[in-house]
Design a protein around this ligand. Structure first.
Ligand code: KG4
Ligand code: ZN
Length: 344
C-alpha cells in the first residue's frame, strides 16, 4: 500500500510517498527558514500561511517525480502534533479532505514517533530495541524504543532544548538564525586554528544521577562571559568552542549512561543537532570504548521531513490494520505526550 505522508508541524512542509512493500518512493521538503530568519525565529502565523501555499504543489510535485497518481494513494498519514496549532491544522485539513475525496484511511501521527522511527529508513538500520537521543530545536530526550508505539522516556531537558541552546547562544554571538550550524562552524574553525582554549563552561547536570538535561544555565554562562570579555574576533571562536564542548560532553555522557541503564548496545541519534560533527565524533568514540554502535540517519531524515511521517503511518497501518479511518473530521494536538501513545 502507498502511504502519503504530510508534515507541517513547524517551519518545514514535508511530503513523502512510502510503499509498504517497495519502501520510500519519493519525498520533498520546503523549508521556510529564510522567511523566518528576518525575525530571528519562527513566526507561527507566517508558518501556517506558507504551509497553505506549499502543501498542494509539493504533493503534486512528489507524485509526478515518482510517476504516481493521486489515485495510487492507499492511505494518508499527517503530523497530528505536537507543534504549532495553526501549522498542524494545514496538514490535518488537507489530509482529511484528501482522505474523504479518495475514500482512503487517514492517520494522525505523533511527530516524535516519526523522529524515533526515522532511523529505520536508513541502511544500515538499527533493530528494536534501541536507545534514541532526540536532539532538535524543540526537544532533547533520551528514549528507549522497543517497537512501534513502545516508547519509554528515560530523560529529557528540564528547560531549553539542545538546538534551542545552540540557537540562543549563536544569537548572543551575533550569528543569525538558526545559528546552530554557524556556531558549530565557528567552533571548528577555532579548533583548527590551534589557538589555546581560553574558556571553560560548566557541564550542567552531568552528575545529577539521572538522564535529564538542563541547558538554559549554559546560555546565561555564555552571557556572563561575553559581558566580561566582549564579543570580538578574538573571543567569539573561543566562546563558541567552549559552549559546544560543554553541550557535547553532557549529551554524550548521558547517552552512554542510558545505554548502561537499559543494557542496550544500539544508540540512534535523531534531530537537527545530530548533524553536529563534534557530537558525532564524541558519541562514536565513547560508544566504541563500550562496544556500542551509534546510528546516524542521513541528515534529511534527521531533521523534520515527510518521510518519517509516511513511514510511521505505514508501520501503524501494517500492525493495526485499517481501523483508524477518519472521514470528514480531524484534530490536532499542539501538546501531546509521547508516552500516552497507544501501541498499534
Ligand atoms: O530537527 P530540526 O531540524 O528541527 C526541529 O527543531 O524540529 O532541528 C533544528 C535545530 C536547530 O536548533 C539548529 O540550530 C540545530 O538543529 N542544528 C545544529 C546543527 N545543525 C542544525 N546544532 C548544532 N550543530 C549543527 N551542525
Ligand atoms: Zn522535529
Amino acid at each position: 500500500m502507498l502511504v502519503l505522508g504530510i508534515e507541517t508541524s513547524c517551519d518545514e512542509t514535508g511530503i513523502a510517498l512510502y510503499h509498504t512493500e517497495h519502501g520510500l518512493l519519493g519525498h520533498a521538503l520546503y523549508s521556510q527558514t529564510e522567511m523566518h530568519s528576518e525575525y530571528g525565529g519562527v513566526v507561527p502565523e507566517l508558518a501556517s500561511r506558507d504551509h497553505i501555499r506549499r502543501v498542494l504543489p509539493l504533493i503534486r510535485q512528489t507524485l509526478a517525480a515518482a510517476k504516481l497518481e493521486l489515485q495510487d494513494v492507499g492511505a494518508i498519514a499527517y503530523t497530528q502534533g505536537p507543534g504549532l496549532a495553526g501549522a498542524l491544522l494545514v496538514g490535518a485539513s488537507v489530509a482529511a479532505a484528501m482522505g474523504f475525496a479518495l475514500k482512503v484511511p487517514v492517520l494522525g501521527i505523533h511527530h516524535l514517533e516519526g523522529h524515533l522511527l526515522s532511523p529505520l529508513l536508513s541502511t544500515p538500520a538499527p533493530v528494536f530495541p534501541f536507545v534514541a537521543l532526540l536532539v532538535s530545536g524543540g526537544h532533547t530526550q533520551l528514549m528507549e524504543v522497543s517497537g512501534v508505539g513502545r516508547y519509554k522516556l528515560l530523560g529529557e531537558t528540564v528547560d531549553d532544548a539542545a538546538g534551542e541552546a545552540f540557537d540562543k547562544t549563536a544569537k548572543l554571538l551575533g550569528l543569525g538564525y538558526p545559528g546552530g550550524p554557524a556556531l558549530s562552524e565557528l567552533a571548528e574553525e577555532f579548533s583548527r586554528s590551534g589557538k589555546p582554549k581560553q574558556f571553560k563552561l560548566p557541564r550542567p547536570m552531568l552528575h545529577s544521577g539521572d538522564l535529564n538535561f538542563s541547558f538554559s544555565g549554559l546560555k546565561t554562562a555564555v552571557l556572563t562571559l561575553t559581558n566580561k570579555h566582549g564579543i570580538t574576533q578574538q573571543t567569539r571562536g573561543g566562546i563558541a568552542l567552549a559552549f559546544q564542548e560543554a553541550i557535547v560532553e553532557v549529551l554524550t555522557e548521558k547517552s552512554l549512561a542510558a545505554l548502561t541503564q537499559t543494557g542496550l548496545t544500539q544508540l540512534v541519534v535523531a534531530g537537527g543537532v545530530g548533524a553536529n560533527r563534534q557530537l558525532r565524533a564524541s558519541l562514536s568514540r565513547r560508544a566504541a570504548e563500550t562496544g556500542a554502535v551509534v546510528f546516524y540517519p542521513e541528515l534529511e531524515f534527521c531533521t523534520d521531513n515527510g518521510a518519517m511521517i509516511a513511514f510511521a503511518g505505514a508501520m501503524r497501518l501494517q500492525q493495526a490494520g485499517i481501523r483508524n479511518q477518519l472521514v470528514g473530521s480531524f484534530t490536532v494536538r499542539a501538546r501531546w505526550d509521547l508516552e500516552l501513545l497507544e501501541t498499534p
